[in-house]
Design a protein around this ligand. Sequence first.
Ligand code: KIV
Length: 295
Amino acid sequence: MTQEAATSSAPKKNKKVSVSDLALLKSEGKEKISVLTAYDYSTALICDRAGVDVLLVGDSAGMVVLGHPSTVPVNMQEMLMFCGAVSRGAKRAMIIGDMPFGSYQPSTSMAIENAVQFIKGGCDAVKLEGGAEIADKVKAIVDAGVPVMGHIGLKPQTSSLWEGYRLQGRTAESAQRLVQDAQALEKAGVFSIVLEMVASEVAEVITRKVSVPTIGIGSGPECDGQVLVLHDLLGIYEDIKPKFVKRYAELAKPILDAVSSYTRDVKAGKFPDEQNTFHMNPEELEKFQGKGKKK
Ligand code: KIV
């Protein structure tokens, strides 16, 4: 083992990533935390193999998988189905279930009950959108034994209803409110906080002021980790390319080409060919054909 490997705080290859692994990554400051969304078994298998630390079963599933115009319509039942699939695929990555709109707002007891459903469904933690205004619910869920990730800045569940998707923390006053939200969540017991579309200067200050890891999306390089929507980084939707996304592949075109070739081959009778065809045992075939003749 090299000296570097012996002293690295990186979560171990075959051990499930835990809340304390993430805390150590922040406190040592040597390595950032990689987070990605996942919604199904097959991509969870691949992401886990690639060494992603955390898989977030985001309510973005409502948009990228179910085709809704926002995250608002996705419900508990759908989220639990996605979480179950991801948990069967990922053995090392921590799995976080995103609590959908309406699953924690009505009451604290409902928030606890639904958070527990995520844990029973295979998740290791849950995520809720909101700052100081939901701190009491966050504390109650944590007190019930469920690790919670916070989410401030742009909150897609409510931003889609009120102000649209805009950069957060543009004024000194709103920047200060974001810092206070992060501190209220830290006090309530979150183990990490997502900062979505927060001006990078504000994200940097929050990252310095709170003891728990910050995970940025569109919030600059100073956060303790980064999260992206898997479909964005893979280039599945050709026409959607927010500034904060880096595309690591352009998969829409190869998928389109493959499916078009398949369709052409089927229509032209070129698929299946001999390589893809199964045959009877020759003796049985002869008997079968003989019987066919007798009839
Ligand atoms: O639902 C989601 O995918 C998210 C991330 C973008 C943070 O909340």
